[in-house]
Design a protein around this ligand. Structure first.
Ligand code: CP
Ligand code: NVA
Length: 305
């Protein structure tokens, strides 16, 4: 049976911990420039229906560093679901490649791609979730804190794909997760219910950013209008007043918290230059770790480690 990575919950708690350990090991091997090429003579197709900097660069560079070749297929190359049916392109791309990474709009499309492709499929973001991002985020938190005990993550902003991945991670690892959002921009109700049902993590949905961040180890935010929602940007800006992560909100944690953002950031909107450039900000470690976390995920699902 081939393995896919479409949701962080596709991995067990043990597999998630093992992926962090592998990410740490492979990161060190790459830093030492060891001759480590488990993907020699392998190719990865990367299908992008949306723009990307980090996802494209980290997957392409990471796969290359491990000895493989990554093929970039942009929005106008495949036009997935428009020029050709998802189930057709899945079977065609799988005939040429050992693994597929896809960044798509509809989550249903990545599910269908995985169902029909005979090779592993990795989700590089859909409208619903962003599992590679959250693996990199938790790995970064682990690096900075040295452990994941007594962890409180306060997310402030839109209840979007990033939040859904945090909620799914909370089904596997225990931590306190609070999402502070306007009430009409809350995350998916079923995903919240599943996270609570797992009974492992404390899950709160709040509409009060100041109260939500109190005692948080991590303050996390993301854009108020995601890809595909940019025409709603002005309406959202008005609705999200009071949800900006600024110096005042960072001070409201009452402790030396760290600041995270998956990027790209809209400076001066969901957060400020001052917070992004502060000592608390670990956004570039977070961005770098996309590559190391994904390398580990690829090695796991392709059964190379
Ligand atoms: N964080 C992230 O996925 O960035 P890109 O959209 O640039 O890939
Ligand atoms: N929520 C953002 C994340 C980008 C990495 C989006 O979907 O555009």
């Amino acid at each position: 049976m081939k393995r896919d990575f479409l949701h962080v919950t596709d991995f067990s708690a043990d597999e998630i911990q093992a992926t962090f350990a592998l990410a740490k090991e492979v990161k060190a091997r790459l830093e030492r420039r060891e001759d480590y090429k488990p993907f020699k003579d392998h190719s990865m197709a990367m299908i992008f229906a949306k723009p990307s900097a980090r996802t494209r660069i980290s997957f392409e560079t990471g796969f290359f560093r491990l000895g493989g070749h990554a093929l970039y297929l942009g929005p106008s190359d495949i036009s997935i679901g428009k020029r050709e049916a998802v189930k057709d392109i899945a079977r065609v791309v799988a005939r040429y490649n050992d693994v597929i990474m896809a960044r798509l709009f509809a989550h249903q499309h990545v599910l269908e791609l995985a169902e029909y492709a005979s090779v592993p499929v990795i989700n590089g973001l859909t409208d619903y979730n962003h599992p590679c991002q959250i693996m990199a985020d938790m790995f970064t938190i682990l690096e900075h804190r040295g452990h994941l005990n007594d962890l409180k993550v306060a997310y402030v902003g839109d209840g979007n794909n990033i939040v859904h991945s945090w909620l799914r991670l909370a089904q596997r690892l225990p931590f306190h997760f609070v999402c502070a959002c306007p009430d009409d921009y809350a995350p998916d109700a079923q995903t919240i219910a599943d996270a609570r049902q797992a009974g492992l993590s404390e899950i709160e949905i709040s509409h009060d950013p100041k109260a939500a961040v109190k005692n948080a180890d991590i303050v996390y935010t993301d854009v108020w209008a995601s890809m595909g929602q940019k025409d709603e940007a002005e309406t959202r800006k008005a609705r999200f007043q009071g949800f900006q992560v600024n110096d005042e909100l960072m001070a409201a944690t009452g402790k030396a918290s760290l600041f995270m953002h998956c990027l790209p950031a809209e400076r001066g909107v969901e957060t400020t230059d001052s917070v992004l450039e502060s000592k608390a900000s670990i956004i570039f470690d977070e961005a770098e770790n996309r590559m190391h976390a994904q390398n580990a995920i690829l090695l796991k699902i392709c059964r190379k480690a």
